[in-house]
Ligand binder design. Structure first.
Ligand code: HEM
Length: 390
């Protein structure tokens, strides 16, 4: 009764059919038959983005973006407010998972050739979203103002400073001065909580509009995609939406479980006068950081800068009409090589400048990730090599 009355009230004022018809059409629009759980990765990215916004708003209640108070305010959030520890951990884990999930979503659309005509723009906006997600990570990492974040930001901005011509002014602009300090924190804070969320919000809206408007890609070759007739494909509602609901719940479970079992430590407060040993970036920048070590500065930056450029241009470079992976051996080989090099350089970067014991032998890894056996008294067997690399 009540529902009818509310509807009648709105009907007298608005042309409801004009809104309902396209909405109904979109909800019932059939999706291609090959749609699988891998096609929920985009929706997982959306869930994580929304979760970051929600937990980010909660964090903002007590967070203070100044060099004097930032560290203490996070410490306060982790101990005093109701569930403060939980939403801080969910935000930290959510950031890491979001980067992983957005990357896997990109990989899915690459493997199924979904970026090809007519969806090139969806891909280009996607690559922008991926890069912005990484910048979310980079700027957010500094906000707790601990030793790790302070020195990782010092190294990260130093790398940007090596870009010819624009590098140095860019570095000073990012830092808000010669060194990382309170000014840097203010800048990163504004980028992290105002600029990025709104830009990502609008880009996600356009991305989703394009996906809905053009329909999900089929596996047919370019220009030969057949329209999916009613009853042929999978209905978006309820079939695919139920799947999306399930993965959202599972993700929430994963976030809470990780937050409880493997919480992120806060560590020591940032100290600009005390450089810690073996400063490392977060895992998602590790392979890039490691690659930079093998090349002279300028060449390294060129090599690392080429990757995003290739990603943006990929739909215009890969001109084969096929979407089925078996019919695209070169693209698949490029994809496999990229993943392998990300893994290899990521592992080398993680091992570099550490001591590890494997099968009873202790190895010291130099900055290039090359191991040297250390004898039982703790001395490196290969002294010459060691000196050479330090
Ligand atoms: C915040 C980040 C992102 C969000 C929230 C998001 C969301 C979505 C959603 C919900 C879909 C439809 C379902 C699906 O295919 O899983 C989709 C499709 C798509 N996305 Fe994303 N996406 C993001 C980032 C990216 C990235 C990084 C790329 C690639 C560089 C990308 C490229 C695509 C393409 C090409 C499609 C069309 C897929 C098809 O038609 O089969 N997206 N995205």
């Amino acid at each position: 009764m009540m529902k009818k009355k509310i509807r009648a009230w709105f009907e007298k004022r608005f042309d409801l059919k004009a809104i309902e018809q396209p909405l109904d059409y979109q909800l019932r629009k059939p999706l291609p038959k090959h749609i699988s759980w891998f096609h929920t990765l985009g929706s997982m990215s959306l869930f994580l983005f929304l979760s970051q916004i929600l937990t980010g708003i909660l964090l903002l209640i007590y967070y203070r973006p100044t060099a004097e108070e930032a560290f203490e305010s996070i410490k306060f959030i982790m101990t005093k407010p109701y569930m403060g520890w939980l939403y801080r951990q969910i935000h930290a884990w959510g950031a890491n998972l979001m980067i992983l999930v957005v990357f896997l979503h990109m990989l899915r659309t690459f493997v199924t050739g979904s970026f090809k005509k007519p969806r090139e723009l969806t891909w280009v906006i996607g690559v922008t979203l991926f890069i912005l997600t990484l910048i979310f990570g980079f700027t957010g990492y500094l906000l707790p103002w601990n030793q790790l974040s302070y020195w990782a930001t010092t190294v990260g901005t130093e790398i940007a400073g090596a870009i010819p011509f624009i590098g140095e002014p860019m570095k000073v602009f990012m830092r808000g001065g010669a060194a990382v300090g309170g000014e840097t924190l203010s800048r990163f804070f504004v980028i992290h909580v105002i600029i990025l969320p709104w830009v990502v919000f609008f880009l996600v809206a356009i991305h989703l509009f394009l996906v809905r408007f053009q329909g999900m890609s089929t596996m047919d070759p370019v220009d030969k995609e057949k329209e999916i007739k009613k009853g042929e494909g999978i209905p978006f509602f309820p079939d695919h939406m139920v799947k999306e609901g399930i993965v959202w719940f599972v993700l929430l479970g994963i976030l809470i479980t990780l937050s409880i079992l493997l919480p992120f430590e806060l560590g020591e407060k940032a100290n600009p006068l005390k450089t810690p040993e073996g400063i490392k970036p977060e895992w998602y920048f590790m392979s890039m950081y490691q690659v930079l070590k093998y090349f002279p500065k300028l060449i390294g930056i060129f090599v690392v800068g080429l990757a995003p450029l290739l990603l943006f241009l990929w739909p215009f470079l890969d001109r084969s009409p096929n979407r089925i992976p078996f019919k695209r051996p070169i693209s698949m080989a490029v994809g496999v090589l990229t993943i392998l090099s990300l893994l290899v350089f990521g592992i080398l970067g993680t091992l570099s400048e550490t001591k590890q014991t494997f099968f009873g032998k202790t190895y010291e890894f130099n900055i290039y990730g090359v191991p040297h056996v250390i004898n039982t008294r703790g001395n490196s067997v290969n002294h010459n090599n060691d000196k050479q690399h330090k």
